[in-house]
Design a protein around this ligand. Sequence first.
Ligand code: TTP
Length: 215
Amino acid sequence: MSSSNKKFTIAVEGNIGSGKSSVLAHLANSSLCDIIAEPLDNWTNLKGHNILAMLYEDPKRWGFAFQANAQMTLAKLHAQTTKAPVKVMERSIYSARYCFVENLYRSKILQGVEYEILNDWFQMLISNGSCHLDLILYLRATPETCLQRIQTRNRSEEESISLDYLQTLHECHEEWLINRNSTNLSIPILIVDANQTKERVYNDTNTHVENLVSY
Ligand code: TTP
């Protein structure tokens, strides 16, 4: 990569509470990386509407609206250009589709027609290549670890998140990133054991990013 000055885009993926934000904050210290944070500010204040809180309060009513907005805001971040050799995104349009939309549909919160509409938009948004990823870094943590971290950080919107919900979301991440049986995406995936201490996770992440740039 160094010889051709090629730029890379990495998405950091993993369950809610797996530690994506802290890995991004850590990578922000590297001159190799420009960080694109998740649009959480938009989701908690969409022109005065906290659509994340609305989702958790009444998922059947707001699941479709939340996911429509999530995939649009994420698609905009995919299109954003950066200066550093590596663009690092927190999540991607792919996890919104293959984990969250899939999970809401399987648990019968999204109706069939809502699922089909979201899927059509998703296919259209990824069709021109602007959501291209070179690598996914999967922070793989157990649902139990994730729940513990969610409880510790205490984000008010997320009080109702249960172990059951994290377990089904974990399965969607595993199907997508480990079994790779729900999609035919050919993006390389690196797995980081995110049950470890932060320091070890940072260390593993650094190694992956440095290897990528020196390749
Ligand atoms: P995450 O994207 O998992 O971000 P996080 O800050 O929880 O990650 P980490 O702890 O690893 O740093 O989720 C943010 C919130 O948005 C969470 O409550 C789940 C929700 N969400 C959806 O409901 N649907 C979606 O499509 C996405 C991307 C997030």
